[in-house]
Write a protein that binds this ligand. Structure first.
Ligand SMILES: [Fe+2]
Ligand SMILES: [Fe+2]
Length: 205
């Protein structure tokens, strides 16, 4: 599981105010041990992120947003945690059935049902909060995955540079001791070359 704060809006965002952790936990305490929620850790939702991560992030964001629009924080947090449980895309049947079985309030059931704008439109503040939190979280998930992809590419490049340095040292002997002393542009040019040509260039062949 990823750190839930990794999917939260960056600081400086209008909704970047810290979550009231204590109150949030009090509002969703009983749901956190739900077997259905536990099993959502093993299902992917957006990209390769788990359904559990999405639900927790939406619930946390919804809880924070509720303060700005004077919506019921408890309803927002609970609806956020259940809104996609066992479902994907525009299917709200499974989470609605679960919410009814758990005897959630009509406000929670409506927010879950209306979060896809189909089959019914949102009629309450809490339902709008879930829609906004779902959109914000999905955008944050895109950002998270893009950043992770970029970081991995950067890591591969660094690994490649280290490997090339090692090979240059091995094949070109003493002359390559200067590799680390080369200017940044020279290093860049060497890195961009196929390894055999780089060796020839450094060895002066
Ligand atoms: Fe959904
Ligand atoms: Fe969602």
């Amino acid at each position: 599981m990823i750190d839930p704060t990794a999917l939260e809006p960056v600081s400086g965002h209008p909704f970047g105010t810290a979550l009231n952790e204590h109150q949030f936990h009090r509002h969703v305490e009983d749901l956190l041990s739900l077997p259905e929620l536990m099993s959502s850790r093993h299902r992917t939702h957006h990209f390769d992120l788990s359904e559990y991560d999405h639900l927790v992030s939406v619930a946390r964001t919804a809880h924070r947003l509720s303060r700005y629009v004077k919506a019921d924080a408890r309803v927002c947090a609970r609806a956020g945690l259940l809104h996609d449980l066992g479902a994907h895309w525009f299917n709200t049947l499974a989470p609605c059935t679960l919410a009814l079985r758990l005897q959630e309030s009509p406000g929670v059931c409506h927010a879950i049902k209306a979060h896809t704008l189909l089959p019914e439109l949102p009629r309450t503040r809490e339902a709008w909060v879930i829609i906004a939190a779902d959109l914000l979280t999905s955008a944050q998930e895109c950002r998270f995955v893009l950043r992770r992809t970029r970081d991995r590419a950067g890591y591969r490049l660094r690994e490649d540079i280290a490997r090339r340095r090692k090979l240059l040292h091995r094949f070109a002997g003493g002359r390559v001791a200067g590799v680390t002393r080369f200017g940044r542009n020279t290093r860049r040019r060497l890195i961009g070359l196929p390894i055999t040509r780089a060796i020839r260039r450094v060895a002066g062949a």
